[in-house]
Design a protein around this ligand. Structure first.
Ligand code: FAD
Length: 460
């Protein structure tokens, strides 16, 4: 544990190198600097660094190591709940490093480690290309991709982690490495799904895919029909081609003024989906769901930039508690258990509880893939409740426990990106992958300087 003197010395040493790119606890703007996107997490690091270059990151790593402090890279703090206390760590806020370049010929995006999906999707779309972005435009590409990355195209193109073609990393000894399939291949493997335990990623090369338009949108029904609609969706999902990625969801829209009238304050069961194809093909696929007579239907041909609106994620930081598990199946009994745990009949239900359909390319391991080469489960469950105060937080935690208990018979492990609570690493990685991740950690960060969410400790 670092002493107060040691922490003050660290802030002084960091400022000597990085000036106002370091914020310490005594500085104006401290509360803003230490804030995570998830406002329910109270981060109290020793200092916050806001690097503007890979060289700045090297300076932070060297000073922190010299003072026996840890280094915690942050894209946005969407994944903050699953990281331990930052006392004794320098939080490295990567948000100023957000430049993006698109190479349309090679179908690549080169982006700095703090770039968010909203910085990538538009420039890529100008060339008829898309990256494997998730539901929220303000999630950091690096944090998302290192943790797996389940996109609207996951059943067709697999996990975003495996679309990483090269990564530039500052390692624990202060080196800047460019790693790919040929250079430091063990590190390259670990980064693709193993999370942020291995270094600070300062840049990524990502593969882009030729997607100019998709047929995507949402079907809404009153939540009283939850069991019927989710049951029908689960059966339907079992038969769709890989070009269709969808989720079924219980959604309790908050009564906030900024939310459009038709949905504000209402409770729905919804199906959200993206079809990689034209309207005629997508409509043919959706026919069975439309027969259930949705109250609203927003499906349309949209460019990839339109995908950011489908899931209706909060546009600004919010306080929330969430958690998720993988499911090997989602049969009628599971639907019933889920609806009983947080459906229309329950008090203070979760704001959102979604079941994402996996399978397809998400389930096919590629020999060239990284630490999460594929997901051995058919569905991913994620629930979240508002946590503006302690009472709401506890209510949401209780609901999450009840959902988890109801779905226990189909529990197939956890996915790094959707596990907001601490979880035994054996649930995130197969035994062999976990052993290998710990060996890579020993090689590149033997003193365990880097503090990630869902950390991988060094072997031994
Ligand atoms: C509203 C919302 C929507 C989401 N939608 C999806 C989705 O559709 N699909 C999906 O797969 N996930 C989704 N997630 C989960 C999200 O991908 C994870 O929370 C992810 O960790 C966020 O990355 P971040 O960098 O923005 O967050 P942070 O909390 O800043 O980072 C999370 C972790 O990533 C690592 N990290 C971040 N940046 C770096 C870096 N430069 N170098 C090294 N390590 C780094 C660190 O270990 C850190 O602890 C969603 C989460 C939320 C809250």
């Amino acid at each position: 544990m670092a002493t107060a003197d040691q922490l003050a010395t660290t802030v002084t040493a960091l400022k000597a190198q990085l000036g106002d790119r370091i914020v310490g606890p005594q500085d104006p703007g401290w509360d803003e600097a230490r804030r995570a996107w998830n406002l329910a997490v109270d981060q109290r690091p020793a200092a916050v660094a806001r690097p503007e270059s890979a060289e700045d990151v090297v300076a932070v790593v060297e000073v922190a190591r010299g003072q026996s402090l840890r280094v915690a890279a942050q894209g946005t703090g969407h994944g903050a709940p699953s990281r331990g206390s930052l006392e004794g760590s320098v939080l490295v806020d990567m948000s100023r490093m957000n430049a993006v370049e698109i190479d349309p010929e090679r179908r690549r995006a080169r982006l700095q480690g703090g770039a968010q999906w909203q910085h990538v999707v538009g420039p890529a779309a100008e060339h008829g290309l898309a990256g494997l972005s998730g539901s929220a435009p303000d999630v950091c590409v690096t944090g998302y991709a290192l943790g797996g990355g389940v996109s609207w195209m996951v059943r067709r193109y697999g996990l975003a982690a495996n679309s990483i073609r090269a990564a530039e990393v500052v390692t624990a000894d202060g080196r800047q490495l460019r790693t790919d399939a040929d250079s430091d291949p063990d590190l390259f493997w670990a980064l693709r799904g193993g999370g942020g335990s291995f270094g600070v990623v300062t840049a990524l090369d990502l593969e882009l895919f030729p997607v100019a338009e998709l047929y995507a949108g949402v079907l809404f029904w009153p939540q009283e029909r939850a069991a019927e609609v989710l049951g029908a969706w689960s059966e339907w999902a079992a038969g769709v081609p890989d070009e269709m990625t969808s989720l079924g969801r219980l959604l309790n829209v908050p009564p906030l003024e900024e939310i459009p009238e038709p949905v504000r304050g209402r409770s729905f069961v919804v199906v959200e989906a993206a079809w990689l194809g034209d309207e005629a093909g997508g409509s043919e696929q959706l026919a069975a769901l439309r027969e259930l007579g949705p109250e609203m239907d927003t499906f349309a041909m949209i460019p990839p930039t339109g995908l950011a609106a489908i899931h209706m994620d909060p546009p600004e930081p919010v306080p929330g508690v969430g958690d998720g598990i993988l499911l090997d199946d989602f049969p009628t009994e599971a639907v019933g258990g889920l609806v009983r745990a947080t459906g229309p009949e329950t008090d203070s239900p979760l704001v959102s509880l979604e079941v994402r359909h996996l399978g397809g390319a998400a389930g096919r391991a590629d020999a060239e893939g990284g630490a999460i080469a594929a997901i051995d489960a058919s569905f991913a469950l994620y629930g979240v409740g508002m946590a503006a105060n302690e009472e709401m937080k506890q209510a949401a935690e209780k609901r999450l426990d009840q959902v988890r208990e109801a779905l226990a018979p189909w529990d197939a492990g956890s996915l790094l990106n959707f596990a907001d609570r601490p979880v035994d690493a054996s649930r995130l990685f197969g035994g062999d992958a976990y052993r290998r991740l710990r060996e890579v950690k020993s090689k590149y960060d033997p003193d365990n300087i880097f503090q990630a969410n869902h950390e991988i400790p060094p072997a031994g």
